[in-house]
Ligand binder design. Structure first.
Ligand code: PEP
Ligand code: MN
Length: 345
């Protein structure tokens, strides 16, 4: 349930309400917006009458959150969540462009790609070092060696690093290298991993499962939020349908639906959602026109020889064109592309 405070409620009154929520055995999640302070009282609330809190000093009203996802819902947090990411913000006016190879393959490959995508206007670098592959015999990623190459790429370009974590056992190793933890589609319902990420303060890019509904995606985000990590971005990366002309089907509807249901930023991945480099530009433009807060795009200096996902990876020159096009669409939407100003030389 959410306890909406009066605009003139004093800090003592807020504290007093929080004590009552805790005494009822519920956890407290404070949402302090520009206009409104809301206390989320989360847990088994169905037996607790609203008037237990309604009469407290400083309380305007008490409402039940009707959605099954509570902290992720727009009811609880009406304004967009905007959070900083190393030189720019996600979820506000700026559009984040995350780009890089599917996998970190060699030191030279990731450093070259980092410079290329930065030059083309990317705001963050992606690259997997732990790869979830359908076959156990396919390349599984460079692991900690790859992390050190990503750290070098960041030091040279200033681009924050987005990379996939597959298991909570990798957390201690990864946390010092990673600016955004990517949770892959196959792990969207790895609840132990989600809980572990909820205990960190590192932003998370949570990808939608191959056959997951929008509600299931939001329930997975709820696991991370419930642990106290508020920096969750949702990623539409295409879903399985009967269509075989593309690797997946971009659920473009998911963008406005998510923006309506949740305050969390929405990122679209046109590389995995189409599986084909020829369609990435069109779907990138569509995503921003539909209201997405950013894109994650696979870019490789030599897609034909990429170890994974070469078919859907753009050459840096093509990526630069996509960034230009997306920048124009962003203007129409009264937004602008995020950029990282300073390299950490
Ligand atoms: C990836 O980003 O390379 C990846 C494996 O994505 P997904 O989890 O969406 O399939
Ligand atoms: Mn990939």
């Amino acid at each position: 349930m959410m306890i909406i405070l009066k605009t003139n409620a004093t800090p003592e009154q807020v504290e007093h309400v929080i004590e009552h929520v805790k005494a009822a055995g519920l956890s407290v999640h404070l949402s302090q917006g520009l206009e409104q302070t809301i206390i989320g009282a989360i847990g088994e609330t169905h037996n607790i009458p609203k008037d237990r809190f309604e009469g407290l000093d400083g309380v305007e009203s008490v409402q039940r959150i009707t959605q099954p996802f509570k902290l992720a819902s727009r009811q609880f947090h009406p304004e967009n969540s905007v959070f900083p990411l190393d030189g720019f913000t996600v979820g506000g006016e700026e559009i984040a462009i995350i780009a890089g190879p599917c996998a970190v393959e060699t030191r030279a490959q990731i450093i070259e790609t980092a410079h290329a995508v930065k030059g083309a206007g990317a705001s963050a670098l992606r690259g997997g070092v732990f790869k979830p592959r359908t076959s156990p015999y396919s390349f599984q990623g460079l692991g900690d060696e790859g992390l050190s190459y990503l750290a070098e790429a960041r030091a040279e370009t200033g681009l924050p690093i987005v990379t996939e974590i597959m298991s909570q056992t990798q957390l201690d190793l990864m946390v010092k290298y990673v600016d955004v933890f990517q949770v892959g589609a196959r792990n969207m319902q790895n609840f132990n991993l989600l809980r572990a990420l909820g205990e960190t303060q590192t932003p998370v890019l949570l990808k939608r499962g191959l056959s997951a509904t929008i509600e299931e995606l939001l329930m997975s985000a709820e696991y991370i939020l419930a642990g106290g990590n508020k920096q969750v971005m949702l990623c539409e990366r295409g879903i399985r349908t009967f269509e075989t002309a593309t690797r997946n089907t971009t659920d473009i509807n998911a963008v406005p639906v998510l923006k309506n249901l949740t305050h969390l930023p929405v990122i679209l991945d046109p590389s995995h959602s189409t599986g084909n480099m020829d369609y990435v530009a069109a779907i990138s433009r569509a995503a921003i026109a539909a209201g997405a807060d950013g894109l994650i795009i696979e870019v490789h200096p030599d897609p034909a020889h990429a170890v994974s996902d070469g078919k859907q990876s753009l050459k840096p020159e093509k990526f630069a064109d996509v960034v230009k096009q997306v920048g124009q669409i962003a203007q129409v939407m009264n937004r602008r592309l995020a950029s990282v100003q300073t390299a950490r030389m």
